[in-house]
Design a binder for this molecule. Structure first.
Ligand code: F6R
Length: 374
């Protein structure tokens, strides 16, 4: 089952070109005559009108699935013009937040069995909200109890740490936004840009993953003794820094924090010294100016230590940092709203290698279960 891989986690990280292809199979089609792409998500078509007339869309999830919702929120808002909020299922349940039949609630879960997410679903059903499930496990409780939905089709995920399900969740949610906006003429050019980038993505990952793996293996060696790591990003990469921090802490047991770059000067900068490893996510998008000023503020407060920038390939604004106390991890460039799918790869691999160096049980980290049903 693991083939030539030492662990399921590594196998599942390497499987992402195939899992993403499966998530998109039969749903994104290219018209060879016109060169245009079309989207067809059969599982939500019957409720499209209800969802589009909703006063808001609320994503509800836990852990990595919650981060996938954060990664997709902006593009769902952009393409649908419907306000989107993202809720941790446990907090949503604690607050019993006001909910109406004019709301659409989207429940995102790999297993489809997570207790907190299921509890939120039954609360939403009680309020008569439209319920949508985005799940990997076919026949799971969430897929059966929602009124419509999207299956990830990512294949079974054995490693406790979510990797391929996370990237498929982002793709599924972006496809959801593309389906909801399918007849919006004003969004056509943007939709075609995203669809073409989605089509290209499995090839981009396939051709770069080995190189990214080699870079992160070296990086893991330099971080092996670190007690703490700080990750920072903003915009579409805020989700990447939260998800990267979760991956590193859960499999390598290293204290890691993901901090919005705009928040650094509101407190966390005090953590910066020569001993604190820092990883920045610098995408080639409209956040770049802000990211550059944040990383300069951090660099100015140190004279040594591990400092990493995850950026897109051959970005001249980032190449200038190479060597100047910085290590660059370059990843293929894609559409801004999809960059988080590629930028998480080095963090998945880094967490894996750190865990292996430290001799941890990578596929079954201590105290954790694959499906949190209690
Ligand atoms: C982290 C991880 C967990 C799950 C969370 C929700 O790598 O796997 O944080 O994402 O327990 O699980 P699902 O998606 O099954 O609802």
């Amino acid at each position: 089952m693991r083939g030539s891989f030492d662990h399921y986690m590594l196998k599942e990280i390497y499987e992402q070109p195939e899992s993403l292809t499966s998530t998109m199979r039969g749903r994104i089609k290219k018209d060879e005559g016109t060169g245009r792409y079309e989207i067809h998500l059969g599982g939500v078509k019957s409720r499209l009108r209800d969802i589009l007339s909703s006063s808001r869309i609320i994503f509800v999830a836990c852990g990595s699935s919650y981060h996938a919702c954060l990664a997709a929120r902006q593009v769902v808002e952009e393409l649908t013009d419907v306000p989107v909020s993202v809720e941790l299922a446990s907090d949503f349940n604690d607050r019993k937040c006001p909910l109406f039949r004019s709301d659409t609630c989207v429940f995102v879960s790999q297993s489809g069995e997570t207790k907190d997410t299921l509890e939120s679903l039954s609360y939403a059903k009680g309020a008569d909200a439209v319920t949508v499930g985005v799940v990997n496990v076919v026949g799971s409780e969430i897929s059966r109890q929602t009124s419509c939905g999207i299956h990830l089709n990512a294949g079974s995920e054995i490693g406790v740490a979510s990797t391929k399900a996370y990237t498929s969740q982002i793709v599924a949610l972006v496809m959801f936004a593309l389906q909801l906006s399918h007849d919006r003429h004003s969004k056509d050019a943007r939709r075609q840009e995203i669809l073409a980038a989605l089509h290209e993505m499995p090839y981009q990952i396939e051709s770069s993953i080995k190189r990214i793996d080699e870079v992160t293996l070296r990086l893991a060696k330099s971080l092996e003794q670190s007690a703490s790591i700080l990750l920072s990003g903003r915009g579409f990469q805020f989700a990447t820094c939260l998800e990267g921090a979760l991956k590193i802490k859960e499999v390598s047991y290293t204290h890691t924090e993901g901090i919005h770059s705009g928040e650094l000067k509101h407190g966390p900068l005090a953590l910066i010294d020569d001993h604190m490893p820092v990883i920045f996510f610098a995408a080639s998008d409209n956040t770049k100016g802000h990211i550059q000023s944040a990383l300069q503020q951090v660099l100015a407060r140190r004279s040594s230590g591990v400092f990493v920038i995850v950026c897109t390939e051959d970005d001249p604004d980032m190449l200038k940092y190479r060597g100047n106390m910085c290590e660059l991890v370059e990843v293929p460039k894609t559409a801004d709203c999809l960059q988080s799918i590629i930028s998480i790869l080095p963090m998945q691999l880094l967490s894996y290698h750190l865990a292996v160096y430290r001799g941890h049980n990578v596929d079954q980290p201590r105290h954790l279960a694959k499906s949190v049903t209690v």
